[in-house]
Design a protein around this ligand. Structure first.
Ligand code: NAD
Length: 467
């Protein structure tokens, strides 16, 4: 048993140690192929029942951890998971069927097909920003593909972690083990062998995850972040664009992996955009967002301090709107600032409600800024100019590209969701989840007679053709 090779983990309590061991062992035992269509649908039914029956618990936990309004919790977490389950259910009958491929003349007589097999037991490590969706949505894919799973909710959102840890065993039994806790627990669980590891979070931890997986040659999906830029120019309806950008940026108080991180545009366009963003924010959250029930909170005091430390480096003259802080409420106002390309908020992913407007000469200069950084998770282009749109499509790379809006590509069930380069490895959602959590096995069936393979056996004759 490879478990005997597990290294000691500092700070890991003995009871946590055995709980992790049990969760992993039980999930492994619960993987009992063949996984029929009915078995898979049954697990999806149970997951769906859990989401529906425990929705109020999740909504309450999301309000406590992130100040999420119930409507937003349904729109971006609970409803999203239910839609994903429904979509997977539709795809499954086709997915579980062997897919015939045309016979190869050189191998005749024979028949060939591809079978989608479950991988086994997978590990899913979730972040805190959409802590329900980003755990249950990959889990739905893993179960639909016929796997069992061990899941690790983020300790940063403790109420959600607790609600998930209470509900999952009740509805899914041993098929889904839950490991709660922080770094020591995650470190330990990563020492176990899995058949796939699915991690959502930041690039630093992603490297730890990939290294741990390498020990067993376990494949990984890494759903990461980074700075997702938006380009805007004078060819678009600026008030509508401002409203869409403000909504996408300040949703969940800016703690969205695909939030527009900063806006690039010609100086005169950004000058026009400033008052439009101010009124867009007012429409969303009123004159005082601190009292708006629709506006979220920063997840912890530590995350808030990182943002306010950066705010302190911004010249007050460059603050277009916002900047207000109430640490006791973990509140940071929706904030728009003017920034240079190398300003304080332009180093790392912001992951908070601060929107820098960064002037550049033209779209070519914007392409240079974007291509100087890691490939983003999302890129947003607000332009009606065909040449500009083509340039962004052809001369950049990013996980996703949306023209005329932001964020909404996540809501399309047929589109893959994932990053490239620094923003991640692999995709999921719908059929891409099924692919991520399956092995596509090549199968060939050849009768022993006639023995047509004779033609290729040695001893060889003279070379007749070089093909
Ligand atoms: P996080 O801190 O909650 O980390 C995610 C998980 O990693 C947690 O379960 C945590 O326990 C574990 N972890 C943390 N440190 C660890 C360590 N040293 N060793 C082992 N495990 C460890 O989440 P986060 O990284 O703060 O989330 C924010 C990031 O996630 C942002 O960069 C954001 O863009 C990205 N993100 C990406 C997506 C996506 O779908 N691509 C979605 C949401 C967030």
């Amino acid at each position: 048993d490879h478990d005997s090779q597990l290294n000691p983990v500092e700070g890991l309590a003995a009871d946590a140690e055995s709980a992790i061991h049990q969760a992993v062992a039980a999930a492994r035992l619960a993987f009992t192929p063949p996984m029929s269509l009915e078995d898979r649908l049954e697990r999806l039914d149970r997951l769906e029942a859990m989401v529906r029956e425990r929705a109020d618990d999740f909504v309450e936990a999301l309000a406590l951890d992130l100040g999420k309004h119930p409507t937003e919790a349904w729109a971006t977490e609970i409803g999203t998971v239910l839609a994903e389950i429904a979509h997977l259910r539709q795809l499954l009958p086709q997915w579980v069927r062997p897919h015939k491929v045309p016979a190869a003349a050189s191998l005749a007589p024979s028949r060939s097909w591809v079978e989608n097999q479950p991988l086994g037991t997978v590990l899913i490590i979730a972040p805190w920003n959409y802590p329900v969706q980003l755990l249950l949505s990959p889990l739905a894919g893993a179960l639909a593909a016929g796997n069992t799973a061990v899941v690790k909710p983020s300790e940063v959102t403790p109420h959600v972690a607790e609600a998930l840890a209470a509900a999952l065993p009740e509805y899914l039994g041993e098929a889904v083990g839950v490991v709660t806790g922080g770094v020591p627990e995650t470190t330990r669980v990563l020492q176990h062998r899995f058949d796939h590891v699915f991690y959502t979070g930041n690039g630093t931890v992603a490297r730890v995850v990939m290294e741990a997986a390498a020990r067993y040659l376990t494949p990984v999906t890494l759903e990461l972040g980074g700075k997702s830029p938006a380009w805007i120019d004078a060819t678009v309806d600026l008030p509508v664009a401002a409203q869409r950008i403000a909504w996408a940026k300040f949703l969940n108080a800016g703690q969205t992996c695909v939030a527009p991180d900063y806006v690039l545009g010609p100086p005169e366009v950004l000058a026009q955009l400033e008052p439009l963003l101010v009124s867009a924010i007012r429409k969303l959250y009123g004159t005082d967002p601190a009292v708006s029930e629709s506006y979220g909170r920063i997840v912890t005091g530590r995350h808030l301090s990182k943002l306010t430390d950066l705010m302190n480096l911004v010249d007050p003259e460059d603050v277009v709107t916002g900047g207000g802080v109430d640490a006791s409420q973990r509140y940071l106002a929706p904030t728009v600032i003017r920034s240079a390309v190398d300003g304080p908020f332009m180093q790392d992913e912001i992951f908070g409600p601060v929107l820098p407007l960064v002037p550049v000469d033209d779209h070519r200069a914007a392409l240079d800024v974007i291509n100087a950084g890691e490939k983003p998770l999302a890129l947003y282009v607000f332009s009606q100019d065909d040449d500009v749109r083509t340039a962004f499509r052809e001369e950049t790379s990013s996980g996703g590209l949306v023209m005329g809006a932001a964020l909404v590509h996540l809501a399309h069930p047929q589109l893959p969701f994932g990053g490239v380069g620094g923003s991640g490895i692999g995709n999921y959602h719908g059929r891409y989840s099924l692919e991520a959590f399956s092995h596509q096995r090549a199968v060939l069936d050849k009768p022993l007679t006639p023995d047509t393979l004779k033609a290729v056996y040695p001893p060889y004759g003279p070379l007749k053709s070089k093909l």
